[in-house]
Ligand binder design. Structure first.
Ligand SMILES: *Cc1c(COP(=O)(O)O)cnc(C)c1O
Length: 237
């Protein structure tokens, strides 16, 4: 965690992102109220999160559980919610159950079992999105689309996991056709699952560089890091 932010710039960035999201909604014939912005605070310290909290933000996306562990105690006086958006190992389930309000990267039954076990011990339930792999890139995580019906059916037995939708990361490319194809695939999967009785209203897709395309394809939530907090040092994930 190294990034710092200037509160004035942060307020301007948040307003600019919201304005661009609203414009993308109107361009797509959608109601701006139907798209939430999830600020992604990864690599930025507790002070940056505190500054965004002071501006009214309540949910923050983080890639690594370890970072949440470091920031959460410094922000214990803020009623904020941590949203895990990075790949999760089952050995992190305990910290997730203790600290997170939502996991957008559920992609296998073993992880659901580990989370459920720890959440039961904590007496908590969390919101969950299933991450689907829509990009052919090796580096992208998520469940294969063909495996989605099976996982959704299996998840029904966990009272601690409130499955509300799907999440994806599009192919990292300048080719808008390919990026849009990823987002469209997620929406079409959601529609297909509705026919099978799975109510999945939420679609988390789109980041700083591609959120307008995601909104055009039906995103209900865009995960925005650099356009809000500024450029990050080079990192993986
Ligand atoms: C880092 C990250 C984001 C935000 O990326 P930006 O390009 O900085 O907006 C969104 N989603 C996931 C899964 C991420 O890891």
């Amino acid at each position: 965690m190294s990034g710092t932010v200037d509160p004035v710039a942060l307020a301007a960035n948040l307003a600019a992102v919201r304005a661009r999201v609203d414009a993308a909604c109107l361009g797509a014939g959608r109601d701006p109220a139907g798209v939430r912005v999830l600020p992604v605070s990864k690599t930025f310290g507790a002070e940056a999160v505190r500054a965004a909290f002071a501006l009214g933000e309540r949910r923050f996306g983080e890639n690594r559980v370890q970072e949440v562990r470091e920031k959460a105690p410094l922000l214990a006086d803020c009623a904020l919610e941590w949203v895990i958006i990075g790949p999760l190992q089952t050995n992190k389930a305990k910290d997730v159950a203790r600290l997170a309000h939502e996991v957008q990267t559920l992609d296998r039954i073993e992880l659901a079992e580990a989370l459920d076990h720890r959440l039961q011990l904590e007496g908590r339930a969390i919101d969950v999105l299933v991450q689907v792999k829509t990009s052919p890139e090796e580096s992208k995580h998520g469940l294969a689309a063909e495996a989605l019906p099976g996982l959704l059916a299996a998840l029904r037995r966990f009272d601690t996991l409130r499955v509300g939708g799907l999440m994806t990361i599009a192919t990292h490319t300048d080719d808008e056709t390919e990026v849009r194809r990823c987002f469209r695939q997620l929406r079409e999967l959601r529609d297909a699952m509705a026919a099978a009785g799975h109510d999945l209203p939420r679609l988390s897709m789109g980041m700083s560089g591609d959120f307008a395309l995601a909104i055009a394809e039906g995103a209900t939530e865009v995960r925005i890091g650099s356009a809000i907090f500024g450029a990050r040092p080079a990192m993986t994930g």
